[in-house]
Write a protein that binds this ligand. Structure first.
Ligand code: KG4
Ligand code: ZN
Length: 336
C-alpha cells in the first residue's frame, strides 16, 4: 500500500510517498528556519503563509520522484499550529478528492513514536517509546499497533522547548537544540553542574526549574566567554539527558519491556543517543534509534503511522479513520 503523507504542523513543509509503512519511495522537505531565525522562534502567521507558498511544490517534487500509484493520503491534523495544520489538511483533502482515495488524519506525536520503523523495518510492539520534541515529552507504552498508553509527560516545558529557551537566553540562536548539542561537545559539564529534575516516584518530567537555574547562573555576570558558554551547554544538556534516559530505562525495567525506541527532534541529540546506547547495553535492552533526519519533523513518519493505523482496522472500518472535523485527535490511552 502506498501512502502519500503530508506534514505541516510547525515550521517544515514535508511530503513523502511511503510503501507499506516502512519504505520511503520519495520524500521532500522545505524548512522555514531561515524565516523564523531572526525572531528566535516560530512565528505562527509567517509559518502558515510559508506553507501555503511551498506545499504544492513539495508535493509535486515528491510525486515526480516516483511513478507508483497512491492508495491513500495521510496528513498531520494535530497537535501543532492551527493555521499551519489547516494548510496541510486542506491540501490533503483536495488531493484525496482528485485521486479519489481516503484521507486519514494522523496525530503528529504518533508519527514521532513510530518513526523508528523507517530505519528498523522489523520493529514490532510491545515497546517503551520516548517522544521528545519541541512541544512534547512523553513516555509511552506501545502494547500493540494502535494501542498506546501514556505513562508520563512533562508538567511544564517540553525538552526541546527547554533547549530552545536556554539557547535564546545565551544568545546562541534558533533552533537551540542543534547549537547546544554542538557547543556541549566542547564544554566541560563539571564546570557548570545543574540539578537533575528527577521528580521521584513519577514518570513525569519538569524542565522549567532547570531552565530557571540556567537563567540565574547567567545573571551572575554580564559577559561570558565562549568556553564558559560551552560549559553551561554541557551542564544543562547533561541534566536533560540524565533524566530522559534514566526515566525511560526505569519504565522499561519496571514494566518488564526489553525494547526501547525514541523519536522527536531531541532524539537527534548526540549525547542523548550515546547515553541511551550505554544504558541499553548495561540493562540488556534493545534500543531502536531513528536516523537523525527521521527524528525531526518529516512526512514519512506520518505515512508510517497511517499504515500501522490501517493495519489495525478492517476495510469496513475505514470510515472511522477518515479525517474528522475536530483538530483534536487522541491516540493515547491512560495507563492504570
Ligand atoms: O520534532 P521536532 O522537529 O518538532 C516538533 O514537533 O516540535 O522537534 C524540534 C525540537 C526543537 O526544540 C529543537 O531544538 C530540538 O527538537 N532539536 C534538538 C536537536 N535537534 C533538534 N534538541 C537537542 N539536540 C539536537 N541535536
Ligand atoms: Zn515534531
Amino acid at each position: 500500500m502506498n501512502i502519500l503523507a503530508i506534514e505541516s504542523s510547525c515550521d517544515e513543509t514535508a511530503a513523502a510517498l511511503v510503501k507499506n509503512g516502512t519504505d520511503v519511495l520519495s520524500a521532500c522537505i522545505s524548512s522555514q528556519i531561515k524565516i523564523h531565525k531572526k525572531y528566535l522562534g516560530v512565528v505562527p502567521e509567517l509559518a502558515s503563509r510559508a506553507h501555503v507558498q511551498t506545499i504544492n511544490q513539495v508535493i509535486e517534487a515528491t510525486l515526480k520522484k516516483s511513478s507508483e500509484k497512491i492508495d491513500a493520503i495521510a496528513v498531520t491534523v494535530g497537535p501543532g499550529l492551527v493555521g499551519s495544520l489547516l494548510v496541510g489538511r486542506i491540501t490533503a483533502e483536495t488531493l484525496g478528492w482528485i485521486y479519489d482515495v481516503p484521507v486519514l488524519g494522523i496525530n503528529h506525536i504518533e508519527g514521532h513514536l513510530l518513526s523508528p520503523v523507517l530505519s528498523s523495518k522489523g520493529l514490532r510492539p510491545p515497546f517503551i517509546g520516548l517522544v521528545v520534541s519541541g512541544g512534547h515529552t512523553e513516555i509511552i507504552l506501545a502494547k500493540k499497533w494502535g494501542e498506546y498508553y501514556l505513562l508520563g509527560r512533562t508538567r511544564d516545558d517540553a525538552a526541546g522547548e527547554a533547549f530552545d529557551k536556554v539557547s535564546k537566553m545565551m544568545g546562541l540562536g534558533y533552533p537551540g537544540g542543534p547549537v547546544i548539542d554542538r557547543m556541549a561537545k566542547k564544554g566541560n559539564k563539571k564546570n557548570a553542574p545543574f540539578p537533575v529534575p528527577w521528580l521521584p516516584g513519577t514518570w513525569e518530567f519538569s524542565f522549567s526549574g532547570l531552565k530557571t537555574a540556567v537563567l540565574y547562573s547567567l545573571r551572575r555576570k554580564k559577559k561570558w566567554s565562549i568556553s564558559e558558554k560551552q560549559d553551561i551547554c554541557a551542564g544543562f544538556q547533561d541534566s536533560v539527558v540524565q533524566v530522559l534516559v534514566g526515566k525511560t530505562i526505569a519504565a522499561a525495567k519496571l514494566l518488564k519491556q526489553n525494547k526501547v525506541v525514541i523519536g522527536g527532534g531531541v532524539a537527534a541529540n548526540s549525547q542523548l543517543r550515546e547515553e541511551f546506547k550505554k544504558q541499553a547495553k548495561i540493562n540488556d535492552i534493545q534500543l531502536i534509534l531513528p536516523s537523525p533526519s527521521d527524528c525531526t519533523d518529516n512526512a514519512a513518519m506520518i505515512g508510517a503511522a497511517a499504515f500501522f493505523k490501517l493495519k489495525t482496522h478492517k476495510p469496513s472500518e475505514l470510515g472511522s479513520l477518515k479525517i474528522q472535523s475536530s483538530l483534536h485527535i487522541p491516540y493515547l490511552k491512560t495507563w492504570k
